[in-house]
Design a protein around this ligand. Structure first.
Ligand code: FMN
Length: 169
């Protein structure tokens, strides 16, 4: 992997996150957890490059993010689609995701975990957290479509600085 500056990344993140998905991983080499995410964004805030993710409080990965205040985002080639679907349908609470043979964990200089198979790795440190509130939806349609007892809790919003980035050469 070659380290690059976040501003040198040429990918279209709307396509990358929304259609190709990513893994959100938090923890350290002896204990970490990851989940698939297809909601998020990249941008610039407080004079830094930032990544925003949306994680429901009931996710096991949420516990790890809350503990470490850091996470990595990893993006993969299309051949890893099945693995991403698995990481988005099983919970680390009941399934040992660390044993997944198609993912080889690597430790980043920060101590965070990413995966050898990734084609893009972002190492992120949380700057700000907020919780979505039902009464703040200007348009109530997403609230009705995505939230409720059977659908899941309102997402927590994490805005994190992209501290380091690597791309596969
Ligand atoms: C394609 C896809 C995208 C997903 N995007 C998100 C997301 O952005 N935020 C979220 O909280 N859950 C998302 N999920 C659900 C979690 O990945 C899923 O609940 C996972 O099993 C959580 O694992 P954990 O309990 O080990 O953290 C997504 C699932 C899939 C399949």
């Amino acid at each position: 992997m070659k380290e690059i500056k976040p501003e040198e990344i040429n990918d279209n993140f709307i396509k990358l996150i929304g259609s190709e998905w990513m893994l959100v991983t938090a923890g350290n080499k002896s204990d970490f957890n990851m989940m698939t995410a297809s909601w998020g964004g990249m941008g610039f805030l407080w004079a830094r490059p930032v990544a925003t993710i949306y994680v429901r409080p009931e996710r096991y990965t949420h516990d790890y993010i809350e503990k470490s205040h850091r996470f990595t985002l990893t993006f993969f080639p299309a051949s890893m689609r099945k693995t991403l679907a698995l990481m988005g349908s099983q919970s680390g609470r009941t399934y040992d995701k660390m044993q997944e043979p198609t993912l080889s964990p690597i430790e980043l200089p920060s101590g965070e975990i990413a995966f050898e198979e990734a084609r893009l790795i972002l190492d992120c440190e949380i700057l700000y957290k907020d919780a979505m509130c039902a009464d703040k939806f200007i348009n109530k349609q997403p609230l009705e479509n995505w939230y409720g007892e059977a659908k899941g809790g309102l997402h927590d919003i994490y805005i994190a600085e992209i501290k380091q980035a690597w791309i596969k050469e």
